[in-house]
Write a protein that binds this ligand. Sequence first.
Ligand code: HEM
Ligand SMILES: *[C@@H]1O[C@H](CO)[C@@H](O)[C@H](O)[C@H]1NC(C)=O
Ligand SMILES: *[C@@H]1O[C@H](CO)[C@@H](O)[C@H](O)[C@H]1NC(C)=O
Length: 699
Amino acid sequence: MASVILLAVGLSIVYVLTNHLLRLRKNVLAARKSGIHYIVVPVYFMERWWLIGHRLLFPLLKKLPRSWTRWVDFTLPEFTFDYRHEVFKRVGHDTFLTVSPGGMVMYTCEPPVISAITTRRNDFPKPTHIYTSLDIYGKNVVTTEGDVWRKHRKATSPPFTEKNNHLVWDESIRQAQAMLSSWVGQDGQGHQTVDRLMDDTMRLSLNVISAAGFGRRMDWPTSETQSREDETGYIDQSKIKNENRDIDPGHTMSYTYAIHCLLDNILLQFLLPRWLLSKIPDVTAKKANEAYHEWGNYMRELLINKKADIESGVAEKETNDILTQLVKQQLIDTDAKKKGQLIESEVLGNIFVLVLAGHETAANSIHFSALYLALAPETQRRLQKDLEQIFQGRPPSEWEYDRDLPSLFGGMAGAILAEELRLVPPVVGIPKSTMEGVGPQKLTVGGKECLVPANTYISLCTGAAHRHPDYWPTAKPRLAGGHTAHPIANIDNDLEEFRPERWLLSESPDGTTRTADGIPIETLAKEDDLGVNESSDTSDRLFKPVKGSYLPFSDGYRACLGRRFAQVEVLAVIAVLFQNYSVELAVDKYATDEELKKMNNDEKAEIWHKAAEDVRELMLNGLGVIITLQIRGGTVPFRFVPKGQEKFPDNIDEIWKKNHPDQISNKGVPGWSSWAGAPQRENGSGAFDLFGALKSQAK
Ligand code: HEM
Ligand SMILES: *[C@@H]1O[C@H](CO)[C@@H](O)[C@H](O)[C@H]1NC(C)=O
Ligand SMILES: *[C@@H]1O[C@H](CO)[C@@H](O)[C@H](O)[C@H]1NC(C)=O
């Protein structure tokens, strides 16, 4: 008996191995035929066991000689962001394939390739199978492809109007003022340490999208409601229940709580099937499931009410939130009853995905902008000068969208947003493919006619394209602190550094605007009504990157629908935060306020430098993706202080540098680790060359 089992196990292993080898052989042949450079790796990065378990294998893999495990670099989920342009330099190609038994992936940071792929939407569709988890309320504009997507896009783009952007502007200003006063106190004195910037910016963007998205205004929690919040930062249900408020009749959760609880547990919602989630006895799972139903019900009621209001003429003519427009155009407008209107569950699916796509992304932009500005006091002063010129001291109640927004967009605020999105784009690998039955696709790669194999997963590597030294003007590295901004990428230039000034045309190094010199620009074939805005991501008054080298909002037909929405929101918030206040690093960890008061600038520089290093370390090691790229490894504490009352001089970094002339070198941030510990700057591809490795080991 035992021998039979042994035989069966043995045979299965042989079967699986042979199967893998045959599939690998087939893929290698296809890759060879493609003409695109390729690297063979043993695992497909999307394989579940690898995605979940690869970290557990690190201790084992680290024991093996590096030459055996170079391939690991090419199977990590976010490796093109971790290594940035360095990994393409290492391989020697801006576009390459990884080939494994499980499938092929094409990584590219090559602007003409990126631009061709985003333009040819029918040839390079999105791999929709990876998006199905976003369908929890229904199919929508993010998760579909082809004709179905066209229908969704045609339905969802008309409500994104300039009139809606006015709402975004007003609400962003209102919310930002409330957020700011929660940080600086009623007296506006500031000087208190704030370490909930990420949570607060998420709350702000959620409130903005609630108001401008579906006409549901949410207020910033007062200190009274704040004290009722539970440890997850949101309002504790049971306490509210007792007070019997906020919860609409027929509901078990308040609207605010439902949406926060839903988004807080979004991974559970995505990973577990609904029937399972409802059966798990765990409290979190139970709440998550309840929140799913509760928010869905709130939205359905809102839909019904809107419909009734519009039909009975109660609704004001000038209601410009997105949901009202959607309901009007999709569920009511029967004269135009063209086929292809959305049904109710699809409206709901789209509303959910707008919340999801729009709240974390915009929140990140505000958070990272503040963080980078805290590290760059001189840039912050330049922003504040710019704001003084734009607003001339006018209070927010007198700010005007039509006049002031273009000034923000074309000035320092716009440059800061552009630069922040260059460095930390929320989507670091924009997914495309030759799946969905489109077959192999001709494509010019590295100037050569190639053939992308069928069923290839494609990743447009924003993190590397945004820092490609061949396509961006560069200057010498300037970061003080004794090292470069990234340990191995772009160590001889400043592309890893936050320097919004690079976007100001007057300061561009060669004094010229670089357009797509010599690079063929693909233009979109005419397709109506899809709300594709072909204008560039930045103001005409700012530097214009080469086409395909800058795509924080993606590009082409599938570009972000909420780009303008997000820009209006972030710029308004930056203006509110920095009109009268400065952000500084909180250094409580290293000195008390009393101690700081007694210090001279040299001593302060030592303290500031330590806090700055903590932040730089976090930006290097602490970023991770769940929905978007965010800080996951900790929080950064800040102080907001009235302008002019900063504790540290603007040139604090220069002071430190002057005092430590010996420590200026390209030695990389201490402690930076990829999976294998601080990697050497290495040459050679990561090909899985087991035999070569064995040979070199034997020598
Ligand atoms: C700084 C903020 C934002 C950034 C950087 C950003 C970025 C992106 C990117 C990279 C994509 C393409 C994703 C993919 O191909 O898988 C995308 C798509 C999308 N975004 Fe945004 N987004 C932002 C804010 C928003 C906001 C505020 C909204 C809505 C209110 C929004 C709505 C959408 C929608 C609906 C799509 C899908 C469009 C389609 O496939 O036709 N985004 N966004
Ligand atoms: C900044 O200060 C001015 C003058 O006190 C005030 O009118 C304005 O409302 C303040 N701005 C913000 C964003 O609070
Ligand atoms: C396209 O976007 C630009 C910049 O965001 C904006 O100025 C312009 O009004 C938009 N065009 C349309 C047709 O929405």
